[in-house]
Design a protein around this ligand. Sequence first.
Ligand code: LEU
Length: 487
Amino acid sequence: KRDVDHAFFGQPRGLATLAFTEFWERFSYYGMRAILLYYMIASLEHGGLAMNAVLAASIVSIYGSLVYMSSVLGGFVADRLWGGHRTVFVGGIFIMFGHIALAVPAGVPALIIAIILIVIGTGMLKPNISEMVGGLYGKDDMRRDSGFSLLVMGINLGSFLSPIIVGWLRQEVNYHLGFSIAAFGMFIGLIIYIIDGNKYLNKEDFQAPDPIQPDELRPLLWKVAGLIAVLVIILVAMGVTGTLTGDGVVNLITMIAILIPIWYFVTIIRSKKVTKIERSRVISYIPLFIAAVFFWAIEEQGSTVLALFAQNQTQLTLGSFHIPASWFQSLNPLFIVVYTPFFAWLWVHMGKKQPSSPKKYVYGLIFAGLSYFAMMIPVGLFGTSARVSPLWLVLSWAIVEIAEMLISPVGLSVTTKLAPKAFKSQMMSMWFLADSAAQAINAQVVKLYTVQTEFWYFAGIGIASVVLAVLLLFITPRVERLMAGVN
Ligand code: LEU
């Protein structure tokens, strides 16, 4: 009999199933995202929607914010209704139909439907894939960290390949063929998931770990009804006051994305189910959360601000070859794939002498700031009307991805370690909520970005990041104490 528990690079065979599904999901997400901004701002005769660039960048940000905000919903459905297996499957179907909506040339209505479907679908799929990967390993299984590294490799291989393929197709044919390849990617992911899933996934993933009890149903429905009522009242009020515009909705979502994590923190810290030490750990997580928000804000601007820079201010012709601007989106995952083995080696090599998690965050914020300082150089040297070498963008991404290595895997692991027993999945959501809040803030911040303000835009955000790093460094000893034994 084959040893299913060690069949994939010495890892459980289920890891391959989950990593491949996630590969295709990220392929579709980042492929679509690589051309979405360009689709919105391209003129009608070039097959676009002829939107203003700032509004388009704002919408891309708010879309990203919602995609990670909905992980809260996905966690709830898996924990309390369906279990992870079914939730992921249904999520994948939503995502696929979202991309199909964009594959048909139906303008803004199709865009809105696609965004809604992909937001719901990704929320159901992505956090539960991570959760199920964690579930493949026993508590003391030493393979756990390398299992997650392989998942990250899958994510980034998908994110790397898709802007190249999807971006090339949009350049050579049109946007809609690009979007349909994204749909096709998710379709392949689902097929693999169905064929393999039944055989190799944990039996526990086939039912909800904490199903809703009949007596909980009523209060829950009331809560949901209340939330919907509040939302409707707000929307009506916006309609009456004439603020129910694209911009108004963006502002509303920004506020919600900032309020949700605050509400989570308050609920967890005040809960009676949390012990004293656990509470101290959650408090130590607040500055780390803020730092993560700041880092993701810079990182996620790669697909808005830097994407605009790639299209408008970068030399894209190499002889007779025209580089699709969307190809720059592959730099982020490319550097992750290249750096990950080095950092894995580095932490093992440094062993106990390696910096604590808060210190790694400090260094991460400094590199994030440096990546924006790097963008000031070409703008300062050549002005904003010149087209500069693509290598400046390569340099900026090479630097920001060092930051990602210091914050993303570290943050994921410290989030789970600082989680109180009673709030494990909420803390997991918190990790995605950091990115969600970041992109919600970006939806506002990108409004300051114009070609005229560009130099100071990069300067301001870069300096802010370094200042935040210094502040975090100052309170690091206190944060470490609050972490109570976790490092
Ligand atoms: N680049 C990451 C991913 O696609 C972002 C996430 C951790 C918010 O998985």
